[in-house]
Write a protein that binds this ligand. Structure first.
Ligand code: Z15
Length: 838
């Protein structure tokens, strides 16, 4: 039922309708009011946590006014909307971003000061919203920021996990996982208890004939779980547009929470039912780029897809447009294969509930979906067991088989001479048990498929989806190189650099049009500019050194070269190559005379990142880094020449401190394995250079900044297959002597009991060195040597970093979103009414 106030009573509403604060005085009034009334505190017991809560609630009031306006405007104009389906949104903190985006930075800073608080301290009270693992989740968060900033009518859909990615503690050098219960105070979400969807699992399919004699199917007698919507406002920068992120929380449905059970002594059974329902949205799976095939994960995926599609279809139906208009009103982007069930779910709605014919339903579905692939590595490609899908989603399995039947018929007709192709491209893998290849279903059910960097998109076309390029033609496959939001990753993380650039460019326009950075290149020889640029980098290194001392208890010298590798721990990302290189450096230093040591460039090697809890090899890498750190950092021969730091619990808010402090950062994946990488972009944008392989977006970063401003090394993607082959079938495996020495040192117990590290060494020496650590070790070490030399010429180094920053405009996520909008979604921005006073 539409609940709306009658025309005659609306005057009273308008008179009292919420007003946004604009002055410092009004801001202070709102903060104090929230602290005194919403939080029931006073100036006698207001700590920083309460100051944060009051500030957040005041800002939230403002956001919600803009949010309501945006939604009303969108409802009225009813444009084509974008729905970004992602199981992960790695948002980080919201307050700083909200203050910036409503344009209240100075007012809030001064206001808080007058109330007795420092802005930085208040901001740092907020805990991260950590609903994601790594790059994929952070990309989704950057995209939301850009969508709102560019005024696209867009919603994100995800799950409201009660526990985000675990917090990482390091105990005796080992990773320990601590649950991340983040919801005890979350001012950014609005529960919508009136927006619910009942989602079915299990049950069976019944065929029947309707009044007109049409054969239909109905899925029935399953278990029902209710999805409740929680909304979070997503403000754009320098615009009033405030979009919505809708998170679904699971709870027992009223039918399910059996009150007769509850009353009749089966109290525990009824509580158990309730808990089972709530389990669906309880926890984020902590695997990045790894498919584990767990039933609860499949339940999460369907629960989220079904609730989101119901919501999208409900909104479409309000407009009373014909079904053939659906794809003109709705674009749905699938962030990886995790939401692929949305394809058979939309088919089910159109066929079983709306009684459309197969062909019409299918063309609507294909026109609606786009699919983004984020990996070509086999262990990350989702395949669900057919018996599991049959049990949980019997109707969807029928529809998937039907999609496959139509598809294979089409292939057979068009490629009659290539019958071997049929089993290669079938959605169903003929294994024991059979499995549904979700990536193939996503390709077949979408009108566009994109990779996330040029090399990656080429690999997508030539390896995993080669046959599909032949079947559909090349135009279905495209590239959208990833990007990052300059609001968070430049202005917020590095306010002084942002201010310096603004001082030269005459304002902060570059935050909305990052290509304007090219004007910075004109200042590369300006002594005053160079001095300030250098001072900023130094200050950022001092900030990280201070953090390192406070949190990890390790003293580092900010004049050293800061070398940083922070990202999920994964064999393909090759943190092991880095730490072996560190051990090599240590051994070289130990062998030097004191005079020789005087000439060495001091360096700090920072590492950070989480390992999936069940990923032993990754956990061993963390342990080795910590053990090496213990030995090296305490060695009086070494002093400041080398320090090794593991920064525990790497997350978005820590990245905002770490990223601006690098001289060199490491992006050293085996060529062809890292789809894009996005931290590489963040580091260069903040005035650091990178050492990297010819992989992912490193290649396009090189194209943009120039070969002289990046340190590339290692084998190329096109040679990887042959090298792997040679490890098994070539002449016996021989190691570079310096890598051999590293392994001997580990085995001798220099870094503690060697037992735990044997798996790591053996994977290279005995098990084929799949990630080509031994092949790339020599050129890695040599390139690190070049870096030491280059860094000694501080003036030349500075020139390179400034030049690189000025050429990073391409990597704004605003550019990505415009490309998606034009090539894939076919949507236009909906500019809001002009900002008040602006
Ligand atoms: C993930 O974070 C990425 C790919 C995946 O398949 C999964 Cl499951 C998680 C990453 C890529 O590894 C990284 O190279 C890329 O930059 C990022 O997605 C965003 O596209």
């Amino acid at each position: 039922v539409e609940a709306s106030v009658p025309e005659e009573q609306r005057e009273a509403w308008k008179k009292h309708s919420a007003k946004e604060f604009k002055t410092k005085d009004q801001f202070e009034a709102d903060v104090v009011r929230h602290i005194e009334t919403t939080l029931a505190r006073s100036l006698f017991n207001c700590d920083e946590a309460a100051a944060y809560a009051g500030t957040a609630l005041a800002l939230r009031d403002r956001l919600i006014i803009e949010w309501n306006r945006t939604q009303q405007q969108q409802t009225f104009a009813d444009p084509k909307r974008v729905y970004y389906l992602s199981l992960e949104f790695l948002m980080g903190r919201a307050l700083d971003n909200a203050i910036l985006n409503v344009g209240m930075k100075d007012v809030a800073k001064q206001g808080l000061e007058e109330l007795g608080f420092r802005m930085e301290d208040v901001i740092s009270q907020e805990r991260d919203a950590a609903l994601g693992n790594g790059g994929l989740g952070r990309l989704a968060a950057c995209f939301l920021d850009s969508l709102a900033t560019l005024n696209y009518p867009a919603w994100g859909y995800a799950l409201r996990y009660r526990y985000g990615i675990f917090r990482q503690e390091i105990v005796d050098g080992y990773q320990v996982e601590v649950p991340d219960y983040w919801l005890d105070f979350n001012p950014w979400e609005f529960p919508r208890h009136d927006v619910t969807v009942d989602v079915q699992f299990y049950g069976g399919v019944r065929k029947y004939t309707d009044d007109s004699g049409k054969q239909l199917s109905v899925w029935e007698n399953g278990e029902i779980v209710t999805a409740v919507a929680y909304d979070a406002p997503i403000p754009g920068y320098g615009t009033r547009t405030t979009n919505n992120l809708r998170l679904w929380s699971s709870k027992a449905s009223h039918g399910e929470f059996d009150f007769t059970k509850f009353n009749s002594g089966e109290y525990e059974a009824s509580v158990a039912d309730q808990q089972r329902a709530e389990t669906i949205s309880a926890v984020l799976y902590p695997n990045d780029s790894l498919d584990r095939g767990k039933e609860l994960r499949l339940k999460q995926q369907y629960f989220w897809c079904a609730a989101s599609l119901f919501d999208i279809v409900r909104r479409f139906k309000k407009s009373k447009k014909a079904w053939k208009e659906f794809a003109n009103q709705v674009a749905i982007q699938l962030n990886d294969t995790h939401p692929t069930l949305a394809i058979p779910e939309l088919m089910r709605i159109l066929l079983d509930q709306e009684s459309l014919e197969w062909d019409e339903a299918w063309s609507i579905t294909q026109a609606t979906f786009g699919y983004t692939n984020h990996t070509v590595m086999p262990e990350a490609l989702e395949k669900w067991s057919v018996p599991l899908v049959q049990h949980l989603l019997p109707r969807h399995l029928q529809i998937i088989y039907n999609i496959n039947f139509h598809f294979l018929q089409y292939v057979e007709r068009n490629f009659p001479k290539e019958r071997e192709m049929l089993s290669r491209v079938s959605i169903i893998e003929e294994s024991e048990p059979k499995r549904v290849r979700m990536a193939f279903l996503a390709v077949i059910g979408s009108h566009k498929v994109n990779g996330v960097a040029e090399l990656h998109s080429d690999l997508v076309r030539t390896t995993i989806f080669k046959d599909f390029v032949k079947i559909y033609g090349p135009d279905k496959f495209t590239n959208v190189t990833n990007g990052i939001t300059p609001r968070r990753w430049l202005h917020q993380a590095n306010p002084r650099l942002s201010a310096l650039i603004a001082s030269k460019l005459g304002g902060h326009d570059f935050l909305r049009d990052l290509n304007l950075l090219h004007k910075v290149e004109a200042y590369v020889d300006d002594e005053e500019f160079r001095k300030e640029f250098r001072a900023i980098k130094y200050a950022n290194k001092v900030r990280l050194a201070k953090y390192t001392k406070e949190v990890e208890g390790i003293t580092v010298n900010p004049s050293s070269l800061f070398d940083i590798q922070v990202k999920r721990i994964h064999e393909y990302k090759r943190q092991q190559l880095n730490i072996f290189g560190v051990i090599h450096r240590y051994l070289e230093l130990k062998a030097m005379t004191p005079e020789a040591r005087q000439k060495v460039q001091p360096r700090v090697s920072f590492f950070g990142g989480k390992a999936a809890p069940g990923y032993w090899m990754a956990k061993m890498v963390i342990h080795l880094i910590n053990q090496v750190g213990k030995v090296v950092n305490a060695d009086p021969d070494i002093g400041d020449l080398l320090k090794v730091v593991f920064l525990s619990d790497y997350n978005v808010s820590k990245a905002e401190i770490i990223t601006p402090a690098s001289d060199i950062s490491e992006h050293i994946s085996t060529a062809g394995t890292e789809a894009s990488g996005t931290s590489n972009m963040k580091f260069v944008l903040n005035g650091g250079l990178i050492i990297g392989t010819c992989d992912g977006a490193n290649i396009e970063i090189t194209r943009e900044v120039g070969e002289d401003n990046i340190f590339l090394f290692g084998n190329l993607a096109e040679d990887v297959e042959d090298l792997r082959h040679a490890h098994f079938y070539g002449d016996s495996f021989h190691l570079d002597p310096s890598l051999q020495r590293v392994f001997d040192t580990i085995r001798s117990g220099t870094f503690g009991d060697a037992g735990p590290f044997s798996g790591l060494v053996d994977s290279i020496v005995d098990h084929g060195d799949y990630y080509l650590v031994s092949d790339d070790f020599k050129s890695y070490v040599e390139t690190q040597g070049l870096i030491d030399e280059a860094y000694k010429d501080q003036e030349a180094w500075l020139t390179r970093t400034i030049t690189a920053v000025s050429r990073m405009g391409f990597f704004s996520s605003d550019r990505c979103i415009d490309e998606y909008a034009e090539m894939i979604w076919n949507v236009e921005p909906l500019p809001p009414p002009k900002m008040n006073g602006a």
